[in-house]
Write a protein that binds this ligand. Structure first.
Ligand SMILES: Nc1ncnc2c1ncn2[C@@H]1O[C@H](COP(=O)(O)OP(=O)(O)OP(=O)(O)O)[C@@H](O)[C@H]1O
Ligand SMILES: [Mg+2]
Length: 430
């Protein structure tokens, strides 16, 4: 094990999340309340938006919430959804967002450099903490450890030793099932052997509702997470051997895949339903406006928008129906991808399943994916349900006092959006 402290940057296509682990056995925590973050309950989400203001010399890079609030125009360019071009073939990069891979790398470098400035200014104690970055696990993209390391280094971060890049499906699954817990120990010295090395205590790192199979020494325990992001949907499957037949139970089997199927596609389909003038209004306006409006639209609430001085209603009546249909079709594509992932890997039984990501915040979408999971897995860990603590108790997590129940619910709300960052900061990867 090499890194005692660690920062994990989950570079999301829409929102970046940062988690830190301060010691070998410390709980991983998400960073909140930095100026680049949105306010309120979203204060852990940093819009992955970059603006380049060239109206004055020298040009100025702007990132996060400030960039998401910026309108592009003469001398000022705004870049969002550029992550797709980082993880694409050269031709794919341009087709996706009009950016070459080289330009996307430059934007990523600027984002990471500015983010570093903000994090280190607000939290100088984190200045020398090594960093890992999470990346999608795509079939057609080579493992990017080397260039991710160079990217972090070029932006002034200290890349973590061992691995600088971790894959999102795996970190997400680990985040959900450990809830950020980290437990390590050093076995006692044995005669005639070298000094024992630090090891993880996987059993104590699992959410108590998942630890029960270990107590019962069942054959094995399989967990599956579906993370619906803006760019990819990530499937992470972890199988723990809980039979204790050998001492390899702390080395679970991991299967994972990212699929280019994200909320961005749903957004494009929904924007297409709106009147051309409204589409142009949202495309030209600051990112934050579409973000705010679409949350209402996807929740079924119509909106009044001022477009070129004219007030227009969007998301009413037949538009509301069509948006709902689009969400349902998108959900069907996700559950089909989930089933394909399982059948390709010969996964026949899932003990516990969870849904995370921004997609889990869209109720119609979440309900359909959770419904599908309920029909296919023994238990569903529904992180957005207010009854989750009771379900956890029924699954063997013990009873929660009222205060602990409240804490678990707010932890669930955080976890559903930040599990990749939390899991990526885990000692599991040391
Ligand atoms: N309440 C909501 N209603 C509608 N959409 C939402 C809501 N909350 C989040 N989203 C959308 O979910 C997406 C963000 O999800 P998430 O943060 O999981 O993606 P990401 O991690 O940035 O993307 P990826 O992991 O694919 O790179 C955004 O498109 C965001 O607009
Ligand atoms: Mg994500």
């Amino acid at each position: 094990m090499v890194n005692e402290r660690l920062l994990c940057i989950d570079l999301g296509s829409a929102y970046t999340k940062v988690a830190v682990r301060q010691g070998w056995s410390s709980k991983a925590e998400v960073l909140r309340g930095l100026p680049a973050f949105s306010s309120g309950e979203d204060s852990m989400l940093i819009p992955t938006v970059v603006a380049l203001d060239e109206r004055k010399s020298p040009p100025r890079w702007i990132v996060g919430a400030a960039a998401a609030g910026t309108t592009g125009g003469v001398g000022i360019q705004v870049f969002s959804d550029w992550k797709r071009s980082l993880f694409a073939t050269e031709a794919g990069a341009i087709a996706n967002s009009g950016l070459t891979r080289k330009s996307a790398l430059k934007i990523a470098g600027a984002f990471l450099r500015e983010l570093r400035g903000i994090v280190h200014k607000e939290k100088p104690e984190l200045a020398d903490v090594p960093v890992r970055l999470t990346v999608p696990q795509l079939d057609d993209v080579q493992p990017p450890d080397e260039w991710i390391s160079a990217l972090l280094d070029g932006a002034g971060w200290r890349p973590a030793r061992n691995r600088a890049a971790l894959t999102e499906p795996e970190t997400n699954a680990l985040g959900v099932f450990s809830r950020g817990l980290n437990v390590t120990w050093i076995p006692p010295q044995q005669d005639h052997r070298g000094p024992p090395s630090r090891q993880i205590n996987m059993q104590r790192m699992l959410d108590p509702r998942l630890a029960r199979p270990f107590r019962h020494m069942r054959e094995g325990f399989a967990v599956l997470t579906t993370d619906v992001g803006a760019f990819t949907t990530d499937f992470g499957y972890i199988w723990f051997d809980s039979s204790f037949r050998d001492d390899r139970w702390s080395e679970p089997v991991v299967r994972q895949r990212s699929v280019r199927l994200g909320i961005h596609e749903l957004d494009a389909a929904v924007l297409d339903l709106l009147e051309p003038a409204v589409q142009r209004h949202f495309k030209a306006g600051p990112r934050v406006e579409w973000e705010r409006r679409k949350r209402e639209l996807y929740a079924g609430n119509s909106q009044r928008v001022s477009v070129n001085g004219r007030v227009m209603e969007i998301g009413a009546d037949f538009e509301a129906e069509s948006i709902r249909d689009q969400i349902k079709q998108f959900a069907d594509r996700i559950v089909r991808a989930r089933d394909r992932f399982c059948s390709a890997l010969g996964i026949t039984a899932v003990d516990a399943e969870a849904v995370t990501g921004g997609g889990a915040a869209i109720e119609t979408l979440r309900a359909r994916i959770v419904g599908h999971a309920e029909a296919h897995a023994r238990t569903v860990i529904d992180l957005r349900s207010s009854a989750e603590p009771e379900h956890a108790t029924a699954a063997g997590a013990g009873k929660f006092t009222e205060a602990k129940r409240d804490r678990r619910l707010s932890e669930n709300a955080e976890l559903v959006r930040t599990a990749s960052a939390i899991g990526g900061a885990s000692v599991f990867f040391e």
